[in-house]
Design a protein around this ligand. Structure first.
Ligand code: ADP
Ligand code: MG
Length: 226
């Protein structure tokens, strides 16, 4: 089931007025497909992901995740949706220092009320799928920056979500590691048949994307290479 935004508008209060963050934005991403969004700082990319993640409700327009329209949903239903059907990856991995890689994933599995054995199996399986075989029992300080981002991605995938929303995952990494993270996201998109929306400032990574979009002043359009 696809991830779909239709005619989404979003403003933030700004002094006496408002600032338009998203201006009539529409995008549709199919399962197993990676769509990339590029654009300058302040153009609205993170706002787009926040709306797609149902973390912010747009002023108008529709957001549907996995074929479910989120418009009429109550806060509690939205929480369930985010926990079970949406994977979110931010720039910083936000891992808990005291926990091993497998435990990082088990925390969220626990919130999904998965039985312990099943949670552990899913966690190990997902870590293996992002190339962390043999490193499941390491804590964040024993992992490289790229590996920590892999744990973060694995955690977002552990629910087997319909949508994966990724905000500048390579920003803290060197070019080579950044490229490998994008390759991984592209592979995971197919393996887990998830609709992936990837925000990146680096236009060199766009080969893996089925569609490349450009955000400018809150408006989304097809990206034209210069
Ligand atoms: P990007 O991720 O492309 O840098 P953002 O979505 O973060 O862009 O921001 C888009 C615009 O909305 C910017 O002008 C930014 O200053 C503004 N903005 C973002 N978040 C808020 C907020 N919580 N309150 C007010 N303005 C915001
Ligand atoms: Mg941003």
């Amino acid at each position: 089931m696809s991830l779909e935004l239709n005619n989404v508008n979003l403003t933030y209060p700004d002094g006496d007025g408002v600032v338009t963050a998203l201006d009539d934005v529409s995008v549709r991403v199919e399962p197993g497909e990676l769509a990339a969004v590029v654009g300058p700082s302040g153009s609205g990319k993170s706002s787009l992901l926040a709306v797609a993640a149902t973390l912010i409700r747009p002023a108008s327009g529709r957001v549907s995740v996995g074929g479910t329209d989120t418009l009429g949903m109550r806060p509690r239903e939205l929480s369930e949706l985010r926990l079970n059907r949406i994977g979110i990856v931010f720039q910083q991995p936000n891992l808990i220092s005291a926990l091993t890689a497998v435990e990082q994933l088990m925390v969220t599995e626990h919130m999904r009320a998965r039985p312990l054995r099943e949670a552990r199996r899913t966690a190990l399986e997902t870590l293996a799928s992002v190339g962390l075989d043999g490193k499941e029992h390491r804590r964040p300080h024993q992992l490289s920056g790229g590996e920590r981002q892999r744990v973060n991605i694995a955690r977002a995938l552990s629910a087997r979500p319909d949508a994966l929303l990724v905000d500048e995952p390579t920003a803290a990494l060197d070019h080579e590691r950044g490229a490998r993270i994008v390759d991984l996201l592209s592979e995971a998109t197919r393996t887990f048949d998830v609709a992936t929306l990837l925000v990146t400032h680096d236009t060199e990574y766009l080969g893996a994307a089925k569609q490349v979009l450009e955000m400018r002043d809150g408006r989304l359009s097809a990206y034209e290479t210069a």
